[in-house]
Design a protein around this ligand. Structure first.
Ligand code: ADP
Ligand code: MG
Length: 139
């Protein structure tokens, strides 16, 4: 195992519903170190840039409208094998398919409004961290 960083978002649905605190608690209880964190309200264009890889998907409009609808909390998390570990803690994209301990099952509403985001590989983690945090902000 190697110490690794991943990029995470507490999405607008979860922030609006007051789930920021419990999600941050779960992050720390599961051994992640929060290296950077801030609250941001994305513009539509910023959401489209972030989800660029999904631009051809049918849900792109719905997704970018949702992600720019209200503030979210963005974070860089550190842990051994953080990328996989964070995706394991979130659970499947569709909250309905998760188990009771999964964050998306606990706090998500639907496949679109599913409470949290996590990078899926080292290259996407690098892109996503740099999208939100400049090197001057990094701790
Ligand atoms: P994940 O976030 O688990 O990596 P994807 O990368 O496939 O999932 O999709 C990115 C995000 O797009 C999802 O987290 C979800 O918010 C949204 N999404 C994915 N599939 C759908 C869908 N079928 N309908 C609506 N929104 C979706
Ligand atoms: Mg993804």
């Amino acid at each position: 195992m190697a110490i690794e960083e991943t990029f995470a978002i507490i999405k607008p649905d979860a922030v609006k519903a007051g789930h920021t605190g419990p999600i941050i608690a779960a992050i720390e209880e599961n051994g992640f170190r929060i290296k950077n964190m801030k609250k941001v309200h994305l513009t539509r264009a910023q959401a489209e840039g972030f989800y660029y890889v999904h631009r051809e998907r049918g849900f792109f409009g719905e997704l970018t409208e949702f992600m720019s609808s209200a503030p979210c909390v963005v974070m860089i998390l550190e842990k051994d094998n953080a990328i996989l570990a964070w995706r394991d803690l979130m659970g499947p994209t569709n909250p309905a398919q998760g188990e009771p301990h999964h964050l998306r099952k606990r706090f998500g509403q639907s496949i679109g409004e599913n409470a949290t985001h996590g990078s899926d590989a080292p290259d996407t983690a690098a892109f996503e961290k740099a999208y939100f945090f400049s090197c001057f902000e990094r701790i």
